[in-house]
Design a protein around this ligand. Structure first.
Ligand SMILES: [Zn+2]
Length: 558
């Protein structure tokens, strides 16, 4: 899954997304038009499920997570090596190229940015360490920004009549480097505070007053410690070439943790913890620090090409073959760490890609009526970018995509034999009942998202298909037994291994669980591929198909 980034922009975007989404999420609607579904597996389905090779899943996962793949960074040699390996496997399984110019690759233009070593930050002669004491808030600057100016503290940066508060009162911040305390005072009216202290409001307060630079002191992203945020924000990042960046002309923004904040205040002969406690108690703390802050913010920029791997299994029915079921999984991970470690991305998402490849191999023997497109995308960790690019430049017409099934996990299907399945998005379309029937036939139970707070439905590649009106499901398998036990294990994994160099293949992984999950997905895909009609959104879904399908019929649900 792609991470939720601690930036003003992504927070704003996310908040907006949730506002739109919240009502839809809470509706567990009944489909009025769902087709009747078979509860037992046919002989062909049983045989296809048997063809999903557990050893293949294991070997593909290990191959993709190996150090030789250098963490499969988007548009980097390791990522391209992984793409080539995936294409080779899919070709060997008998699939046809579905990318650019008769190849398996769709090239995706990206701009990669890394923080330049030229970047420095000091206050009153005290130098702070990049990545440890401070980081730059995204987006990284397009050109070098140099600021040398007086440092002033502007409290929380909040102005609110309702709260009778003006953190800028009597303070001249024009041309200055403005320090802001992260957090909020105790005992303040929550609603009014939330309204006045949003990142956009605070940034607008500072920018409109002419600040030359912004330093958020004592930053933390909710429950995430600063070290974790600093780690993310020190990494190489990629954006789609030509993507519109933030349109606001923002001064450079520095984020410091508590340690960094202590160094800055110590340089001014002050104690950060005391100042922070005073602010928290509701006292006014805004003042000029009497020190000069010096900041150089610089990034190295490189235009690179990433690859979406596209392989096609042509449908066996001359009419239905025009339509396709698209199976997706992102193969990218974070590349190499600053310390030289490999972000192996084993559970996230070498495993998902291995499941996709095993399904492709089994499906090629099952000869489905509709076409199947196997799409292993890049750029997911940077905001679903490979999938976004593919759905914007589809190599199969979007109107002719029957459904999308996606794998992107936290790897709970390797915790043990799979007896539970989460089908993210199943509540919105006929794919939900479809999954329910197939899972039941496998002796598994479809369960609700066990960690709704992770908002997984919005955070992986299928969502780009959903936005285009294609019914989609993301599948996650989980073991039987005590639900709380595996949820606890998953939560711990999210805390310690997710997006870290410790997301590696472990000896205790249960590959049978991965096979079951892939088999369930395969049978759902085959049913969609062989059915008379394509899946439909529920009548009350906010998504509907956008265009008629290629056989000229109006799109179902439109
Ligand atoms: Zn992922």
């Amino acid at each position: 899954m792609t991470r939720i980034r601690p930036t003003a922009r992504s927070f704003a975007v996310l908040t907006a997304a949730f506002a739109l989404f919240a009502p839809a999420l809470s509706v567990r609607s009944q489909s009025t038009s769902a087709p009747a579904v078979a509860m037992a597996l046919s002989r062909e389905e049983k045989s296809a499920a048997k063809d999903v090779d557990e050893r293949d899943i294991r070997e593909f996962t290990i191959e993709l997570a190996a150090p030789a793949m250098e963490g499969r960074a988007t548009g980097a040699p390791g990522g391209e090596r992984a793409a080539a390996a995936i294409a080779a496997h899919l070709a060997k399984a008998g699939l046809k190229p579905g990318g650019d110019n008769g190849t398996f690759m769709q090239l995706v233009p990206f701009v990669a940015r890394t923080v330049s070593p030229e970047t420095t930050f000091e206050v009153g002669g005290t130098k702070l360490a990049f990545g440890k004491d401070y980081v730059l808030a995204p987006p990284l600057p397009a050109e070098v920004k140099r600021v040398e100016a007086e440092a002033v503290l502007a409290g929380y940066g909040v102005v609110s009549e309702e709260l009778k508060r003006d953190d800028f009162a009597g303070l001249d911040v024009k041309g200055k480097v403005v320090l802001l305390i992260a957090g909020r005072p105790a005992g303040v009216d929550e609603k009014a505070w939330a309204k006045a202290s949003g990142q956009m409001s605070v940034m607008t307060n500072v920018v409109s007053r002419g600040a030359a630079g912004i330093v958020v002191v004592g930053f933390s992203g909710g429950s995430r410690p600063f070290a974790s945020i600093a780690d993310y924000l020190s990494r190489r990042s990629v954006a789609l070439a030509g993507a519109q960046g933030m349109s606001l002309p923002l001064p450079p923004i520095v984020l410091t943790g508590t340690e960094g904040a202590r160094s800055i205040f110590a340089a001014a002969g002050m104690n950060f913890d005391e100042v922070s406690a005073k602010a928290s108690a509701g006292e006014a703390v805004s003042k000029a620090l009497g020190l000069t802050a010096k900041l150089v913010a610089a990034a190295d920029r490189k235009e690179v090409k990433g690859s979406n791997v596209v392989a096609v299994l042509p449908g066996s029915d001359p009419v239905l073959a025009k339509q396709a079921v698209v199976i997706t999984a992102h193969y990218d991970a974070y590349g190499m760490s600053v310390g030289g470690g490999v972000y192996a991305g084993a559970a996230d998402n070498a495993l998902g890609v291995a499941q996709l490849m095993a399904i492709a191999k089994a499906a090629s023997r099952a000869r489905p009526k509709r076409t199947m497109v196997f799409l292993a995308v890049c750029g997911e960790e940077h905001g679903l970018l490979g999938a976004k690019y593919w759905t914007e430049h589809p190599t199969w017409p979007i109107a002719d995509i029957a459904a999308n099934l996606n794998f992107d996990g936290i790897g709970t299907e390797i915790y043990g034999p799979v007896e539970r399945i989460v089908g993210f998005g199943g509540e919105f379309s006929s794919l939900g009942p479809q999954l329910e029937a197939v899972a039941t036939a496998f002796g598994a139970r479809v369960i609700a998202d066990p960690m709704p707070e992770e908002k997984a439905f919005l955070r992986s590649d299928h969502y780009e298909f959903v936005k285009k009106g294609v019914p989609a499901l993301m599948l996650l398998g989980a073991p039987g037994g005590d639900e709380q036990q595996w949820i606890a294990r998953a939560k711990k994994w999210l805390e310690t291994d997710y997006h870290q160099v410790t997301d590696v293949v472990r000896d205790d992984w249960n590959w049978r669980g991965a096979k079951t999950t892939a088999s369930i997905a395969l049978v759902v895909a085959l049913r969609v591929a062989n059915a008379a009609d394509v899946p439909v959104w529920n009548a009350d879904s906010k998504w509907q198909r956008a265009a008629p399908t290629s056989d000229g019929r109006p799109a179902p649900g439109a």
